[in-house]
Each structure stands twice: as structure tokens, then as C-alpha cells.
Design a protein around this ligand. Structure first.
Ligand SMILES: *[C@@H]1O[C@H](CO)[C@@H](O)[C@H](O)[C@H]1NC(C)=O
Ligand SMILES: *[C@@H]1O[C@H](CO)[C@@H](O)[C@H](O)[C@H]1NC(C)=O
Ligand SMILES: *[C@@H]1O[C@H](CO)[C@@H](O)[C@H](O)[C@H]1NC(C)=O
Ligand SMILES: *[C@@H]1O[C@H](CO)[C@@H](O)[C@H](O)[C@H]1NC(C)=O
Ligand SMILES: *[C@@H]1O[C@H](CO)[C@@H](O)[C@H](O)[C@H]1NC(C)=O
Length: 774
């Protein structure tokens, strides 16, 4: 009884967090699209009347409302019990009433995983070369006056990447604001960062008041992620940028350096605010941000945030917000997630979103090991520490452990406290990956007085993960680690030299799909291929928050930092979408997505097929249509357009029902394979399936002839009818059918990959095909 009393008392005293005191949680009541011309006051009154119908008093109803979404999304966020939400969900015009679970969404960087060594990415990265893109950049005036909004962890306005010298006045259509708060006042917005807002009502309802020692209660970035993505989209061109140690030295520039940026800070740290504990982005906060971004007048929205699990449309704030943005021709680019290479892990997979996977690029951070037998072995590193240019004694970690360490394979993994300073002082140590963190292994070698470290991959892992180790060190593949191990075992006095690292362009084919990039098939819309595209997302150097004290380079504040994740790939595509918008301001978001998809490539820079990290040929479930090709994307020749109404029809087919009061689901819904999507995905084909598509001629010259070519998926025959399309003017639309016939040779549940393309001698519009037999 006494316990009970104390509990109740503490709840009365605590204003926050409300949700911890009772069984109320943050729910979003989604009412679809606004109808008619209601004033903001009328909209809020309507939302209150819904709430009042389940709450006992007007006061309680008022106190429980967190957000009333008024601009384009119709709905509200409130503290509700499960019963109250259930009652609301059954009311007229309520599409869904879903809970915004704490920890459900977070930003899609692999940093914490990389940093902690829990999950391992690969390391070779160079951003898309400026030179190769200069044509589109020039035509698109570097994205001049296109406005890109980002939902993220905030922005560091002092970064050189966000200076506004030479930029004209803020575009007239802009209606956003510069919201002030901790260490952020109106002077922190400029003609580059034209808007900044922050949202944490949902976060605080679940986690309690923000701990201001861990983050700024303002749009200012405490983490680095938001500054990184923002500068990747639209950072100014800044000369002489490099990571600590001079890595990746060069000119840093966003993909569209003259776009205007608007930061909507929606993610906040959890727990003690360290990387280990991560961050979370509340759905009610994200919906408020997207609703504002639409009202503010953004052209493109970049969201490097994803749910940890796939979530159906009705429960997914990003999908709902993006649908409303699409209605206003705003392009929404989202990260595909870092849950790969497991199948069916792709997130943000709605057809009105551009879903972006991550791949490496052609940059290496080369740091070879020279052995005493004059054999040189390739290695890579980001460490800033250098060894003297002479041979050092080389030992295998397993041979220099303390007596208490069991002599098995973990002995060679340089785990904390395992190495004997007496046996290895001043030597270079060969350690293997496996248990423990990579950075931690370097720390252990340093603790025991080692001069340097060679970090070998464990068996079969042949791609390198790069770190800024605390001592001179380099990473080598499993095969090379075995060669070094055999040299140590066969030599009387093994020695080695570590060369300092330098940034180099790899001679290996690039890109390679990142292991962590989430894969299809799409579990929410099985007949919509996702991801759509892949873009650079491995070891990307971009702006950072100087308040952040945790990075692969230690605890020093950094102006620029490397990051990996589909989080880094998403803003690359947002930047290209902004450039396309600058050239073609009237294009729908579907047309922009189509241009990006149909111009992608399945080949590397050496003309070989793009592979996965384990060396297998990658397929559409990892890269969608392939790798982003900015030069081609602004001039695709043909586009597959789709409208908001087409998406509403698709939602009817998917069982999501009516989400717009002005739209009734048709009696015969369209199948999702029939959405005019630039890729084709059909599962469970018994004998044959025919779908229709419509292409719009957007090529420069009017009279054109396009002919089709097909690359048949194994076990299927694809026929396009008609095989030739004649266009006499720009803007003309032509319909055709695609018939996919199952030849009965493939096994049920096995996917086959192919493509069809339209060619006119200048343009190639290629569409990936993914099919499976019944
Ligand atoms: C806020 O965070 C700081 C640093 O992580 C910690 O020392 C402090 O105890 C936290 N305060 C509260 C009220 O949790
Ligand atoms: C924060 O939490 C993580 C994991 O829960 C823990 O490992 C770390 O020591 C904590 N850091 C501080 C400063 O409390
Ligand atoms: C390695 O090369 C050096 C200089 O070229 C030479 O003096 C030495 O004998 C060589 N060592 C071996 C093991 O081949
Ligand atoms: C090595 O031995 C230790 C202690 O017995 C054990 O915990 C560990 O799992 C072993 N590792 C392997 C790879 O067998
Ligand atoms: C295909 O068939 C399998 C097995 O019957 C089923 O689980 C799956 O949902 C079907 N897929 C589609 C897209 O209909």
C-alpha cells in the first residue's frame, strides 16, 4: 500500500513525463487529407472535439493534445490510453489511430555500430566526382533557389559548408521560420540555412524533459549527423577540407551547392546521450515537421531516418507525411535502412518515396604492410599515427598473450587485458577481428606497449573496415592476414614496416554494395520493387557538429567527419532531385523519381557488374535499378509519371482504405503491379501476367522514335507491345503493355531478375524487372 501511495504521489508531482505516470502514450490520430477551406482555428477545434469525445473533461482533452496538424496532413497527436485510441480509430473519418512507440525510429547511420565494432561496414569511399557532374550542375545552376528540407538531428550553422556569401535573397515563396532556442538565435539562419525548427513534444512525453547537457533544446546539432546530411545535400564548396590526418583532402561540396536548406530537428538522444545509447525520432514530432515543411514551401525533403522494423502505411508517420508531400509535388528521399544483407529488410518502401540504398565509391586510404621478406601487402587505415620508416619485430597476438589467456583462436584477437607487455613491447602485432571492437583492439596493443597493429579480417571477410586507430595500424583482408600469419610462423625473425596512409583512387571496380544496406523484397508492397537506387554511403566526408565529442577520430571536436550508412546515401539522391527540380520545376515527384531510376547503372566504373561485399553479383533487391547517375538523370528522355490519386488507388488495393475524403476507393482496385512505376515487380506468376505502363516524352526534340529491348529474367519471357513508340511532341504520352510469361522452369519463391529499356539513340530508359513463379 505504501509503495502504491508513493507512486501516485510522485506522479502528481511530476509534470513530465506524463506517459510514464499512467497508461497513456503518444498516439497519432490520422484523419487523411484536409477537406475544404477550414481555418487553422476550425481545424484545431475539430481535433479537440474528437479528443473531447473520449476524455472526461475539456481540461483533460486540452492537456493531452501534443500537436494539431493543420497544413496538409489532417490529424493530431495526443496522449491517449489504448482504449481511448481504439474508440477513436472506429470513428468516422479516422483513417488510423496508431501509437508512436519510443525507440521505434532512429537515424540510419552505421556510425555507432562501426564505432563500437558491433556491425561492420566497409571502407572505400569517394563522393561522386564533381567533374563528371558539372554538366547538370551548370544547367541546374547548382540547385539555385530550390529548397531542401531535412528531418534530422539539427545543424551546426557555423560550419563553412553553410556560409551564405554570394547567395541572393531568400526565395519569396519561403514561409518558414528560424526558431530560436539553446545556443541558436535568429542570426544562425542565413541565406543558406533559411529555416530551422525543432520538435520534441512527442519525445518528451515518452522520455521526460530533454537533458540539456546531452543536446541543445534548439535546431543546433549536438551529434553531427544532421550537419553531415545537410552538407551532403547542399553544402557550399569549401576548399582544403580533410579529415584529421589529412585524409580525403580536397574540396568539400554538397551535391547541389546553391540550394537553400531548412532543418527540422526531430531526433534526440536517449539515455545518457552517448553513441552507445543512440537517438530516437518520435513519429508525432516527425509528422509535425513534415506538415510544417509542406506549409513552409520546401521542394525536396530528405529523411535519413527509418523504423527499426517494417511498419505498415497506417502506422508509419514518414509514409503518411511523404504521401501528403507528394500531393504537392515535393520529392521525398529516404534511407533504405542499415539492416542488410538480410532479405526483406528495406524500410521507407512506399511507392511515393525514393528509397535509397548505400554503396562504396572508388576512394581508398592505402597503408601497405611491408614484410621482412620484401613482400608488400595492401592495407587501409584512417589512423593519423605514423611509425618510423624501418623494420620492426612482428608478432602474432596469440603468441604474446598473458599466461591466463586460453590458447585458442580468441587469443589472437587482442581483447582487453589479454596481451603481455613483456612479450610484445615495441613490436608490431597481428590481431584478428572477431570478438570485441576494432578500436578496442588498437587500444589494447597500445596499452601493452606495441608499436603498431595489423588488423586482419576473420575468415572469408575480404572487405576492409577503416578506423582511426589510437596507434599506427592498418587493416588487411582475411587472405592477406593468413599470408602474414604464415610468414610469422615460418620466419626466424619476422619483421614488418607500416607505411603512412594516403588517400588514393582504387584500381578495384567501384561501387560495391555496402553489406549493411537493407535489401528487398518489399514486405509492405510486394509488387513494388524497393530499394529504388543506390548512392554513395560509405566513408563519406562531410560537415560535423563541433559539440560532438565521439567519432572514429576520438574525442576531439571535428569540423568534418567520415560517416557510413544509408543515411549518407539518401541526401546524395535528395541533392540530385533538387538539381532535376531546378532544371524541370514543373515535374511531379514521380517524374523526378522516374528520371533517377531509369538512368541508373548496374555496372561499375570498370564496366563489370556491381557486386556485394562478399563478391557476388548484386541484384535489384540490393540496388533497385542500380547506381545513381546524376549526369543522365536530368535528361531521361521518357518518364513514368504517377499522381497522388494513383497512390490512393494503390492504398485501396493494399487494404489501407480511404485516406482522402475526396476520394472513394474504386470497386475494382488497381493491382500494385499496375501502378505506373518505373520498375516492374510481380510475384507468384502462374502462367502469364500483363501490365500496362505509360511513358511521357520529356526529351528535348519533339519527333522521336523509341524502340524497346528486353533482358529476360531466367525462366521467363517478357514481351513489350508495341515494341516501337513514336512521339511527335514533347509532353506526349504513350501506353504499352508488358507481358511476363512463366516458362515453368523456376522454383516457387525464387526470384529472377531482368530488365526492359526504351532507346532512341540518345536516351536509354531502363526498368528493372523482378519476378517469381507461383
Ligand atoms: C544529464 O546528463 C548528464 C551527462 O550525461 C548527467 O551527468 C546528468 O545526470 C543527467 N541529468 C539527468 C537529470 O538525468
Ligand atoms: C552510457 O550508457 C552506455 C550504455 O548503456 C554505457 O556503456 C556508458 O558507460 C554510459 N556512459 C556514461 C557517461 O554514463
Ligand atoms: C629485400 O630487399 C633488400 C633490398 O633490395 C635486399 O637487400 C634483401 O636481401 C631482400 N631480402 C629478401 C629476404 O629477399
Ligand atoms: C577460448 O577459450 C575461452 C575460455 O575457455 C572461451 O570463453 C572462448 O569461447 C574460447 N574461444 C573459442 C573460439 O573457442
Ligand atoms: C506469393 O505466394 C506466397 C505463398 O503462397 C505468399 O506468401 C505471398 O504473399 C504471395 N505474394 C504476393 C505478392 O501475392
Amino acid at each position: 500500500m505504501r509503495m502504491m501511495k508513493f507512486y501516485l504521489l510522485s506522479c502528481l508531482l511530476l509534470v513530465f513525463p506524463l506517459a510514464l505516470c499512467d497508461d497513456r502514450h503518444v498516439y497519432i490520430v490520422y484523419l487523411g487529407e484536409h477537406s475544404g477551406d477550414k481555418t487553422h482555428q476550425e481545424i484545431e477545434d475539430t481535433h479537440h472535439s474528437y479528443l473531447f469525445s473520449v476524455k472526461s473533461t475539456k481540461e483533460e482533452s486540452r492537456a493531452s493534445l501534443l500537436y494539431s496538424y493543420k497544413n496538409s496532413i489532417n490529424g493530431f497527436a495526443a496522449l491517449l490510453t489504448a482504449d481511448e485510441a481504439a474508440v477513436l480509430s472506429k470513428m468516422d473519418d479516422v483513417v488510423s489511430a496508431f501509437r508512436s512507440h519510443p525507440h521505434q525510429y532512429s537515424v540510419d547511420t552505421t556510425r555507432s555500430w562501426n564505432f563500437l565494432g558491433l556491425h561492420e561496414g566497409l571502407g572505400d569511399g569517394r563522393k561522386l566526382g564533381m567533374g563528371r557532374r558539372s554538366g547538370i550542375l551548370h544547367k541546374a545552376k547548382y540547385g539555385k533557389d530550390v529548397i531542401v528540407g531535412l528531418l534530422d538531428l539539427g545543424i551546426w550553422p557555423e560550419s563553412h559548408s553553410f556560409h551564405d556569401e554570394g547567395l541572393g535573397p531568400v526565395p519569396e515563396k519561403w514561409k518558414g521560420i528560424c526558431e530560436v532556442g539553446d545556443s541558436f538565435d535568429s542570426s544562425h539562419c542565413n541565406r543558406k540555412i533559411i529555416g530551422a525548427r525543432y520538435y520534441l513534444k512527442g519525445y518528451e512525453a515518452s522520455f521526460g524533459a530533454l537533458n540539456r547537457s546531452n543536446d541543445f533544446r534548439s535546431p543546433r546539432d549536438h551529434d553531427g549527423h544532421g550537419s553531415h546530411t545537410s552538407s551532403t545535400v547542399g553544402g557550399r564548396s569549401v576548399k582544403n577540407v580533410a579529415a584529421p590526418g589529412g585524409f580525403a583532402h580536397g574540396t568539400a561540396s554538397g551535391g547541389a551547392p546553391l540550394v537553400r536548406l531548412a532543418m527540422y530537428k526531430v531526433c534526440w538522444p536517449v539515455g545518457n546521450g552517448t553513441l552507445a545509447e543512440g537517438n530516437t525520432c518520435d513519429q508525432s514530432d516527425m509528422l509535425a515537421a513534415i506538415d510544417d515543411a509542406i506549409g513552409d514551401g520546401v521542394d525536396v525533403i530528405s529523411i535519413s531516418i527509418g523504423p527499426r522494423e517494417t511498419i505498415p502505411f497506417r502506422d508509419d508517420g514518414i509514409a503518411i507525411g511523404a504521401l501528403h508531400a507528394t500531393k504537392r509535388n515535393i520529392v521525398v528521399s529516404c534511407s533504405a535502412g542499415n539492416q542488410g544483407p538480410t532479405p526483406s529488410t528495406v524500410r521507407n518502401s512506399s511507392p511515393w518515396i525514393i528509397t535509397v540504398g548505400a554503396s562504396g565509391t572508388d576512394r581508398e586510404f592505402s597503408a601497405p604492410v611491408e614484410l621482412g621478406n620484401n613482400i608488400t601487402i595492401k592495407g587501409q587505415t584512417l589512423t593519423t599515427h605514423k611509425l618510423k620508416n624501418h623494420l620492426y619485430s612482428l608478432v602474432y597476438a596469440g603468441d604474446v598473450v598473458e599466461p591466463h589467456v586460453p590458447k585458442n583462436s580468441t587469443a589472437g584477437q587482442c581483447l582487453p587485458g589479454s596481451l603481455s607487455p613483456k612479450k610484445m613491447k615495441g613490436k608490431i602485432v597481428l590481431c584478428f577481428r572477431g570478438e570485441g571492437t576494432r578500436i578496442g583492439k588498437g587500444k589494447e596493443v597500445k596499452r601493452a606497449g606495441g608499436a603498431g597493429m595489423v588488423l586482419g579480417n576473420s575468415a572469408l571477410l575480404n572487405n576492409l573496415v577503416l578506423d582511426a586507430h589510437v596507434l599506427p595500424a592498418t587493416a588487411v583482408t582475411a587472405d592477406d592476414a593468413t599470408r602474414i600469419f604464415n610468414y610469422i610462423k615460418s620466419s626466424k625473425k619476422p619483421t614488418a614496416k607500416l607505411s603512412p596512409a594516403g588517400t588514393a583512387i582504387s584500381s578495384n571496380p567501384a561501387p560495391v554494395m555496402a553489406e549493411f544496406s537493407s535489401r528487398g523484397p518489399n514486405s509492405n508492397y510486394p509488387n513494388i520493387l524497393k530499394p529504388d537506387i543506390t548512392a554513395p554511403g560509405v566513408n563519406i566526408l562531410a560537415a560535423w557538429s563541433e559539440a560532438s565529442t565521439e567519432s572514429n577520430f576520438g574525442t576531439k571536436p571535428l569540423k568534418y567527419n567520415f560517416e557510413s550508412g544509408t543515411s549518407m546515401a539518401c541526401p546524395h539522391v535528395a541533392a540530385i532531385a533538387a538539381l532535376i527540380k531546378a532544371v524541370h520545376p514543373t515535374w511531379s515527384s514521380a517524374a523526378v523519381r522516374s528520371a533517377i531510376i531509369t538512368t541508373a547503372t548496374k555496372k561499375t566504373n570498370l564496366g563489370t557488374p556491381i557486386t556485394t561485399e562478399s563478391g557476388e553479383v548484386a541484384n535489384a533487391f540490393s540496388y533497385g535499378a542500380g547506381h545513381l547517375r546524376p549526369v543522365h538523370a536530368y535528361d531521361p528522355g521518357l518518364v513514368y509519371d504517377a499522381s497522388y490519386t494513383d497512390y490512393l488507388r494503390l492504398l485501396c488495393d493494399n487494404g489501407d482504405g480511404q485516406v482522402d475524403p475526396n476520394f472513394k476507393c474504386p470497386k475494382v482496385p488497381i493491382s500494385s503491379s499496375d501502378l505506373n512505376y518505373p520498375s516492374l515487380s510481380i510475384s507468384n506468376i502462374t502462367s502469364s501476367v500483363t501490365v500496362t505502363r505509360t511513358v511521357t516524352n520529356v526529351g528535348g526534340s519533339g519527333k522521336t522514335l523509341y524502340y524497346s529491348i528486353v533482358e529476360n529474367p531466367e525462366g521467363f519471357v517478357v514481351k513489350i507491345h508495341p515494341r516501337i513508340l513514336y512521339f511527335s511532341q514533347v509532353g506526349e504520352k504513350k501506353r504499352f503493355t508488358i507481358t511476363v510469361k512463366n516458362e515453368g522452369k523456376s522454383k516457387t519463391g525464387e526470384y529472377s531478375f531482368g530488365s526492359y529499356s526504351w532507346l532512341d539513340g540518345i536516351h536509354v530508359a531502363r526498368s528493372p524487372i523482378v519476378v517469381s513463379p507461383a
